[in-house]
Ligand binder design. Structure first.
Ligand code: 5BU
Length: 259
């Protein structure tokens, strides 16, 4: 198995390269899913948890007092703490529409989000539309190959197709949202939501697994954790525990597979 740093050599995409390198540098494969609804709480999370994470994931359209100042400050924090920003937009429309949704509107996502993601339901045109906008700024796209929720229809042939499309557009597609490693290509990064340590209860269809299972057994690269951290009594302490668990699982896998 290759380290994140070695895998950086397999991609020309600047965002993917940066991510691989910063993960090894910061010893973290933790992505915080900051699903909070005010500017202040979003920025506070970015500043407090920033040192522990490789990626800060947003749902920018749930922030009730959104303004451009939020973006400026978020970008400053991403530089201060060295993390990437991932807007979990889950684009799902035809190519022409997604170009507008990605670069325009109120949010101008392409202007600040290093990474975003898309469903493959509409076919390759969605990737081509996003790519037209994103490649100019060296952004990266993740394809939704699988979902964590109960009854998800992204399975079987759909998942296989997502992986094939990822390969076809691998200058812009940097990996997948999935529940496991799906591609043997070292340039492809797998990120997995539905991660929680002490609680596997299902809420509104969400299904949880542990960092050890996702990284250690399923071969994913990045754990995405939301409520397990920001709803914890002490979010920083929780983030440190997730960071440690994710990193240990990765280090063990590296060691075992090298022998
Ligand atoms: P949680 O609080 O750790 O359950 O949050 C999970 C986050 O990941 C949340 O922002 C979801 O929108 C996101 N998510 C997910 O839970 N499952 C999926 O399959 C995908 C995204 Br894709």
């Amino acid at each position: 198995m290759l380290s994140y740093t070695k895998r950086a050599q397999y991609t020309e995409n600047k965002t993917a390269k940066k991510l691989f390198l910063l993960m090894d540098e910061k010893h973290t494969n933790l992505c915080l899913s900051a699903d909070v609804t005010s500017k202040q709480s979003l920025l506070q999370l970015a500043d407090t948890i920033g040192p522990e994470i490789c990626i800060f994931k947003t749902h920018i359209d749930i922030v009730e007092d959104f303004d451009q100042e939020l973006i400026v400050q978020l970008q400053q924090l991403s530089e201060k703490h060295n993390f990437l920003i991932f807007e979990d937009r889950k684009f799902a429309d035809i190519g022409n529409t997604v170009t507008h949704q990605y670069q325009g509107g109120i949010y101008h996502i392409a202007g600040w989000a290093d990474i975003t993601n898309a469903h493959i339901l509409p076919g390759p045109g969605i990737i081509e539309g996003l790519r037209e906008v994103g490649m100019k700024q060296q952004r990266g796209l993740l394809l939704l190959a699988e979902m964590s929720s109960a009854g998800s229809m992204a399975t079987g042939a759909y998942t296989t197709k997502a992986v094939a499309l990822g390969e076809e557009y691998n200058d812009f597609v940097i990996g997948f949202i999935s529940q496991q490693k799906l591609s043997e290509n070292p340039r492809m990064i797998h990120m997995t939501p539905g991660v929680k340590m002490n609680n596997t209860d299902e809420t509104l269809g969400q299904r949880y697994n542990t960092p050890q299972y996702i990284i250690g057994e399923k071969g994913s690269d990045v754990i995405i954790v939301g409520r397990g951290i920001y709803e914890a009594h002490d979010p920083l302490e929780a983030a440190q525990a997730y960071k440690k668990a994710g990193w240990e699982a990765y280090s063990n896998r590296l060691r075992v597979i090298k022998i």
